[in-house]
Design a protein around this ligand. Structure first.
Ligand code: 16G
Length: 183
């Protein structure tokens, strides 16, 4: 961490209030807690490989600590909106998994909210340990707790069956469209 104490993006109590044992089973929880910690993104994660981790998902660019910090603070100053969670490998002090829940406030559906799950990535060498499932279970549960009327995500065709295990569904008459300005 550069200059001063670490800062979390949101109150970690929100995650403590979830019963993570429900998602992984109490037997797996002991192992999980020995090796990994699931927590909110912190400023110090810049030095723990957060940017490199994201680059396993898509193009990230050369982000300086100042840029990271400015974006982090901008997200933090939008209350109840950005929930970026990470999994840290406690032995290595590296961030090895992440996923984001964004809460979008709406007028529709009785002034309800919609959740969007974004930027889900588990580092290559940690795949097959159900860590992606853990991230997804947590964020789906959070979005429900926040009262969203729906939660959505976009993904490549090869991941449709992966996400369907969490209840995500490709709706017949609902298409994701995009107008891309840069690669
Ligand atoms: C995936 C991500 C999405 C991310 C996009 C980046 C999930 C579930 N989906 O679709 O959140 O924004 O990749 O791809 O993690 P892009 O760089 O081509 O926009």
């Amino acid at each position: 961490m550069q200059n001063g104490t670490d800062v979390a993006l949101f109150d970690s109590k929100l995650l403590e209030d979830l019963d993570i044992a429900n998602f992984v089973g109490s037997k797996n929880l002991t192992n999980l807690q020995k090796c990994f910690k699931v927590r909110p993104l912190c400023q110090s994660d810049y030095e723990k490989g957060y940017i490199d981790l994201l680059s396993q998902l898509t193009k990230v660019g050369d982000i300086s600590f100042e840029q990271f910090s400015a974006r982090f603070n901008a997200m933090k100053s939008c209350p109840n909106t950005y929930y970026v969670i990470v999994i840290e490998d406690l032995m290595k002090g590296h961030v090895i998994g992440t996923a984001t829940l964004v809460i979008e406030q709406k007028f529709i559906h009785n002034a309800s909210s919609r959740g969007r799950i974004e930027d889900v990535v588990v580092s290559n060498e940690y795949r097959g340990k159900q860590l992606g499932k853990l991230l997804l279970d947590i964020l789906v549960c959070q979005s429900k707790k926040f009262g969203c009327y729906k939660v959505s995500l976009e993904c490549k065709t090869q991941l449709l069956s992966y996400y369907s295990q969490f209840g995500f569904n490709k709706e017949k008459d609902n298409n994701y469209m995009v107008l891309r300005y840069t690669d």
